[in-house]
Design a protein around this ligand. Structure first.
Ligand SMILES: *[C@@H]1O[C@H](CO)[C@@H](O)[C@H](O)[C@H]1NC(C)=O
Ligand SMILES: *[C@@H]1O[C@H](CO)[C@@H](O)[C@H](O)[C@H]1NC(C)=O
Ligand SMILES: *[C@@H]1O[C@H](CO)[C@@H](O)[C@H](O)[C@H]1NC(C)=O
Length: 223
């Protein structure tokens, strides 16, 4: 009798254990990207990184600095926001205390004209080469923040991951103690439901017409 009961309960335990580990992942592609990234790091005997919403908000600002220009992300014309932008623009826009800014130990940025899910963005857009892998597995990282946005709610789509060596409780802190959510775009770590309704996919209905004309641009660069 007890054995029979166990067989009934065991699958339920398994399901709830799985649900428990995913409880922090909301319906948010940036959160899902962090989950994919962390599971890849741990599979390679690396540590799982703390998902810091302040850092992630800054990753979204980092994307916005490109003003939708995919061409500026990689290739011979690659541009990069000045480091001073972190303190002067990104942190204030996020309501992150300038005094809590911590060293950025790595960044990954990719841009593509069509939207793919977080797992595919990770493997196909962000993990393009050995340099990306070196950034991913760097042992100096302790924290991560990810963001994704479409320009004006449509293509092109930018994915950005920032890494830091900050301490969980003292880096990238919000002035109000609460994440300052900004749209359009989604960032990780804030327990923020962020999907189609928030303007990431506003132009989705145009896709059947636009898809044949799409030229896929995908770039990635790292620091
Ligand atoms: C981690 O990601 C890299 C790059 O996408 C991939 O080659 C590797 O197979 C992944 N490892 C695991 C365990 O998923
Ligand atoms: C880690 O940080 C140390 C000290 O800042 C630096 O010397 C080293 O190059 C870093 N390691 C990597 C893999 O970036
Ligand atoms: C830092 O955060 C951890 C986990 O959230 C908590 O247990 C700890 O008390 C915090 N430490 C400080 C100094 O606030």
């Amino acid at each position: 009798m007890a054995t029979a009961l166990w067989f009934l309960i065991a699958p339920l335990l398994l399901v709830s254990a799985t649900a428990g580990t995913q409880i922090k992942v909301t319906n948010n592609p940036a959160d899902k990207l962090v989950a994919v990234l962390n599971s890849n790091r741990t599979a390679h005997k690396g540590s799982s990184l703390h998902d810091n919403p302040g850092l992630a908000c800054i990753a979204l600002q980092y994307i916005k600095a490109y003003q939708g220009q995919c061409d500026d992300v990689g290739g011979s014309n690659a541009k990069k926001p000045a480091d001073s932008e972190f303190a002067n623009t990104f942190a204030p826009n996020c309501g992150v205390l300038a005094s809590s800014l911590t060293q950025i130990t790595g960044r990954l940025l990719g841009c593509q004209s069509d939207y793919v899910g977080p797992s595919q963005a990770f493997s196909d857009i962000l993990m393009k080469n050995q340099k990306s892998l070196d950034i991913l597995y760097n042992k100096n990282h302790t924290e991560v923040g990810a963001a994704v946005t479409g320009t004006d709610g449509g293509a092109p789509y930018f994915w950005c991951v920032l890494f830091s060596n900050g301490k969980t409780n003292s880096s990238f802190l919000f002035e109000d103690g609460e994440p300052k959510i900004s749209r359009p775009g989604c960032f990780s770590g804030a327990n923020d439901e962020c999907s189609g309704a928030d303007g990431l996919f506003q132009t989705l209905h145009l896709w059947p017409y636009a898809i044949t004309a799409l030229i896929v641009l995908a770039y990635v660069f790292g620091l």
